[in-house]
Design a protein. Structure first.
Length: 60
């Protein structure tokens, strides 16, 4: 059973997350030849103050 963790900046709507979960599930099933019921997706909303790239916080 694949479990997929996705980290995104907070602020996406429930509908956007629903669409993302559907698209990722479909791609996973196509690639891994598995049943959709076997795919778990965990979406983590992250504040920009808790994410940095190249040593700089996204909130800065």
């Amino acid at each position: 059973m694949p479990t997929i963790n996705i980290q995104i900046f907070e602020g996406r709507t429930v509908e956007q997350k629903r669409e993302l979960a559907k698209a990722v599930t479909e791609a996973t099933c196509k690639t891994l030849k598995c049943d959709p019921g076997a795919v778990d997706i965990i979406i983590h909303d992250v504040k920009k103050e808790n994410w940095a790239t190249a040593g700089k916080l996204w909130s800065d």
